[in-house]
Design a protein around this ligand. Structure first.
Ligand code: BG6
Length: 509
């Protein structure tokens, strides 16, 4: 069967609904969710009749809530800010004040929803977006159920999007999954990982499975190794250190975003593009990871580090332990590099390297597939060594695109070789900026397509792997050391050594 058949690729038409955002006064709502919904409205993709209710604890009127949203939208909206579109969009936004624990607040919410449905003409579809601080996730879910809002009547739907962090380890993720499954149907549950909504991440499956040239080479016979890098130049600005210091790079980004990217790169072709078809294959990748389950294995395969004071973009920045709201004695990593091995037929012996760090020289996320070198019996002398293998680079952000490194002859009368790049940029090829990840994901949840959301087993398998590393770092009697690097450089020497042991090196971004 052709998995790209039209009927399987397009999702069902998004229907009118009411979106209730818990944690509506927070940064995520202001900087991502409202601008995403606004941009969907600008593009004419938001179904007519969608209403948005911001649910939060602070006292606010509708007018005050709306006024707080407009300033941020002006600054961050992808498509700019059009006063006319905004004023009709913002009409659909209202505020609901309640404690997350107050049953009466949910009863009043139910009344408000019913009143909206009556005016709209019966479409009682609800999308609950839980974007509050994680300690409130349980009580919000339980209160929704107690108010009868977890089920919709008359052929309508009630869905829930749960933001990250989805637990802080396997036990807490399992607990949250129990609560989620006791309140909403699994098919109505959308565990969001915004990296899956990024345009190039979505394109990974298309690149692999809609082009006949890559898949025959996509295995240990032809690929020497794979690198996934997520570098950030920011540190702990805006009070972020409070949360980050309790999480660290491994839990904050690797457990979710980077393992999700890894599974898209390494998965087998799904039998179709249904949510479960794709997720069945992704979870097998995570399940096949060789386990780093002793402090010795962790020391040999995982590097953690903190940055010391340095310069990023020429501006002096503090060391990690001197950052705002970070414990001066902190043992939390702000950088992590991991060597992963996937024990499957396809990937046997191919290392996958993942690295993530704060306060690196620039913000960039990319996946690079390093192919084995051609048997260079012919050209070695022409390039003073081997000409190097082909590298396929998938740029997730910024400047989304794909490039292929090839070896070419330098024009002239002598035979000299040099690597060149074939480059595809989304912005120039398609002439428009990609939508923000949250736009696509919100639209998918409204349309009932969970393909780009994590399933329960994916989240738990990822935690199972991560927990063992955390255990070696924080609970073993011989914890692997914490490395250091100067802020504004490309991470610790130990991470370079990790690849060097295999005869590889990190790609320069
Ligand atoms: C979040 C992490 O999930 O992703 C942050 O909590 C990180 O620490 C952010 O900065 C990165 O997202 P993006 O889309 O800017 O790469």
């Amino acid at each position: 069967m052709n998995p790209f058949r039209e009927d399987l690729v397009s999702r069902s038409t998004p229907e009118p609904c009411t979106v209730v955002i818990f944690g509506a006064t927070g940064d995520l709502t202001h900087r991502k969710l409202i601008p995403a919904l606004y941009n969907l409205a600008v593009d004419g993709e938001l179904p007519t009749g969608v209403k948005i209710i911001g649910f939060a604890r602070r006292e606010k009127s509708d007018a005050e809530f709306r006024a707080g949203l407009v300033d941020v939208n002006r600054k961050v909206s992808r498509s700019g800010h059009d006063e006319q579109i905004w004023s009709s969009f913002i009409e659909s936004v209202s505020y609901h004040q309640s404690e997350f624990s107050d049953a009466d607040g949910y009863r009043r919410l139910a009344e408000k929803l019913a009143a909206i449905d009556a005016v709209r003409g019966g479409a009682g579809n609800r999308l609950f977006y839980i974007a509050s601080a994680p300690e409130f996730f349980d009580e919000i879910l339980i209160n929704l159920k107690n108010a009868g809002l977890n089920r919709a009547a008359n052929g309508c739907w009630a869905r829930v999007i749960v933001e990250k962090p989805f637990g802080t380890d396997l036990a807490t993720a399992r607990h949250l999954n129990e609560v989620v499954n006791a309140t909403f149907e699994e098919r109505d549950t959308y565990r969001i990982d915004h990296y899956l909504g990024k345009e190039t991440a979505q394109n990974l499956m298309v690149l692999r499975f809609a082009n006949a040239i890559f898949e025959p080479l996509w295995n240990s016979k032809h690929i020497s190794h794979v690198q996934i890098t997520c570098s950030e130049n920011l540190g702990m600005e805006g009070g972020r250190g409070g949360y980050y210091d309790t999480a660290g790079a491994l839990r904050d980004m690797v457990q979710n975003h980077l393992l999700q990217l890894l599974s898209l790169v390494a998965m087998e072709p799904p039998t179709d593009l249904s949510a479960d078809g794709v997720r069945d294959e992704k979870v097998k990748v995570i399940r096949s990871l060789r386990q780093w389950d002793t402090p010795e294995k962790v020391a040999a395969n995982v590097i953690r580090a903190q940055y010391t004071a340095g310069h990023v973009d020429g501006v002096p920045v503090p060391g990690y332990r001197e950052e705002d709201r970070v414990n001066p004695e902190s043992k939390t990593e702000a950088y992590v590099a991991v060597r992963l091995l996937i024990d499957t037929w396809r990937w046997s012996g191919v290392p996958f390297y993942i690295r993530m760090g704060k306060r690196l020289p620039k913000k960039s996320t990319e996946i690079s597939i390093h192919f084995k070198e051609a048997p260079c019996v012919l050209f070695n002398a022409s390039c003073g060594g081997t000409p190097g293998g082909n590298v396929l680079v998938i740029r997730i952000q910024p400047d989304e695109g794909i490039s292929l490194r090839m070896v070419s002859k330098i024009p002239g009368n002598s035979l000299r070789l040099e690597p060149v790049k074939m480059d595809f940029h989304y912005a120039t090829s398609f002439g428009k900026a990609s939508p923000e990840a949250y736009e696509r994901l919100l639209l998918d949840a409204i349309a009932g397509d969970a393909t780009l959301f994590a399933r329960r087993d994916e989240v738990e398998e990822a935690w199972r792997f991560i927990d063992q590393i955390e255990h070696a770092w924080h609970q073993s009697s011989n914890p692997p050391p914490m490395a250091e690097f100067v802020a504004g450089t490309w991470g610790p020497k130990e991470a370079d050594d990790l690849l060097m042991q295999d005869g590889n090196q990190w790609r320069r971004l």
